[in-house]
Design a protein around this ligand. Sequence first.
Ligand SMILES: [Zn+2]
Length: 52
Amino acid sequence: MKVKTSLKPRCEHCYMVRRGKTLFVYCKRNRRHNQRQWRGHGKNVKKTRKGR
Ligand SMILES: [Zn+2]
């Protein structure tokens, strides 16, 4: 499961689910599409650079 700051459905099979305050994207076709929204400290979210 990927953790992202902003979620996007990546194919037509993706669907978004909200559990409490966290947003998820699930995909029946590709499990790789599964994402979870990263909840930082709220408004000020610093972007960290990682390879790839
Ligand atoms: Zn998908």
